[in-house]
Design a binder for this molecule. Structure first.
Ligand SMILES: *Cc1c(COP(=O)(O)O)cnc(C)c1O
Length: 431
């Protein structure tokens, strides 16, 4: 009779308690928590049951499968060439902003004056940094995201009144998120003016009779209207006697020669906008946040509205935003301005290391995040057979490329050069 115990994989599965008591799993349990390690243990035990894992290797397999942090969010290498990729968390933070996040993670003087021991204004350092960055603003405020900034502005100015808004600027940002739905949710009534392609100053003028709360101008951030079209610049709306709110979207502080046609906050203020709203994690390159800048009187009204409390940012956002404003150039700006020759040299070095499966090919990146639509960012990519796309995505760390015309492109625009060797190793592991 054959001895069944040694050959039946179920019998050989090491018990959970014994594994959790293994000294090599003590440190991970301290760092990541017992639940995460236990779930990795269960998965490894299951592999032993199916015969896919040798019982002697269970602890090694558990250690290999444990995540680096106690979060299911997995850091990825963005080789898509899209700088502000909404699915990949939009703007990556600078090292300065990451350090600031960590510093603010514990107890911190977010609403406390260390000199006097009294309560202090929340986020005062961040607000000062934003004021310094936007000298044309009477005052500034920060909320959770761009949508929250617009929500607060239209609530304060137009609840129960009308928002005067051009038909050509009633936009959907993405994933079914439509700005008119957001504005109507505040109890404001939308008064549409003009047509899809043309809106004139007279259209606005004739809509102003009655209960106009504000004029809303939305930068068409993710599409372009061309051909027989007309819209009214902020500068002409500013004289109509009703507050003008401009949603610039991208959060660009000043005009950027690399991004012609992208409206910035300073220009909107100089043109006479009473309030400007924008995102913190688009072209500004910081954490998710909603930037509000404008007349001191209106910003104070927004800040004092009860809704502001529900939209307020946490200390981590305040820390990362301040570091983005006063610190070194954020990675998104570096990626947008990446040197084409350097990108090609890096692709050539990676392709040379990988051999016959890889080629170097021109690749147009994009700003993404609903910024600078149709503006191609010429660059280079390493081209691999299409099947690599899925394999690289599930590799650790995941490398997310772009599938185009039946090949997998790894565009290096958003990849820090020190990660080139990680990419080479990832592709080799998938070969
Ligand atoms: C992105 C965008 C928003 C929404 O901003 P979030 O920070 O994503 O909430 C609103 N308006 C415009 C014009 C945008 O481009």
């Amino acid at each position: 009779m054959a001895e069944p115990i040694a050959t039946d994989p179920r019998r050989a599965v090491p018990p959970t308690d014994a594994l959790l008591a293994n000294p090599r799993l003590a440190e991970p349990q301290q760092r990541l928590g017992r639940a995460l390690v236990r779930s990795a243990v269960r998965q490894a035990q299951q592999l032993v049951r199916t015969g896919a894992l040798d019982p002697a290797e269970v602890v090694d397999a558990v250690l290999r499968s444990l995540p680096g942090q106690a979060t299911s969010l997995t850091p990825v290498i963005n080789a898509t060439g899209v700088v502000l990729h909404t699915n990949l968390g939009r703007a990556p933070l600078s090292a300065a902003a990451r350090d600031a996040l960590v510093a603010a993670a514990g107890y911190v003087d977010v609403e406390f004056d260390l000199e006097t021991g009294a309560r202090a204004r929340r986020g005062r350092g961040t607000l000062q940094a934003l004021r310094d960055a936007l000298p044309d603003a009477g005052d500034v405020f920060v909320v959770n995201n761009g949508a929250a900034a617009l929500l607060l502005a239209t609530t304060v100015l137009s609840q129960g009144k009308r928002v005067i808004w051009s038909r050509g600027e009633m936009v959907e940002i993405g994933d079914g998120f439509r700005l008119p739905d957001l504005v109507e949710s505040t109890g404001a009534l939308i008064r549409e003016v003009g047509t899809t392609n043309r809106t004139t100053l007279d259209d606005y003028r004739s809509a102003l009779r009655g209960d106009a709360g504000c004029i809303l101008k939305v930068h068409p951030s993710n599409f372009r209207v061309s051909g027989f079209s007309a819209s009214v610049p902020v500068r002409e709306l500013a004289g109509l006697g009703v507050p003008v709110v401009v949603d610039v979207g991208s959060g660009l502080l000043r005009p950027d020669p690399l991004l012609p046609g992208e409206l910035d906050i300073t220009t909107a203020l100089r043109d006479g906008a009473d309030l400007v709203t924008a995102s913190g994690d688009k072209l500004l390159g910081g954490p998710q946040a909603g930037i509000i800048a404008g007349s001191a009187e209106l910003v104070t009204r927004l800040r004092r509205h009860p809704m502001a409390r529900a939209l307020r940012v946490d200390k981590l956002t305040l820390a990362a935003l301040e570091a983005t404003l006063i610190g070194p150039r954020p990675p998104a700006a570096t990626a947008l301005a990446a040197d084409v020759e350097t990108l090609r040299d890096r692709c050539a070095a990676i392709a040379a290391a990988l051999g016959a499966i890889a080629e170097v090919t021109p690749s147009d990146g994009a700003a993404g995040g609903g910024s600078a639509p149709e503006l191609p960012l010429p660059g280079w990519a390493v081209s691999l057979p299409e099947r690599f796309a899925a394999q690289l995505r599930t590799h650790r760390p995941p490398v997310v490329g772009r599938v185009e015309r039946g090949v997998c492109l790894l565009d290096l625009r958003c990849v820090p050069s020190e990660q080139d060797t990680t990419i080479i190793e990832a592709v080799r592991a998938c070969t």
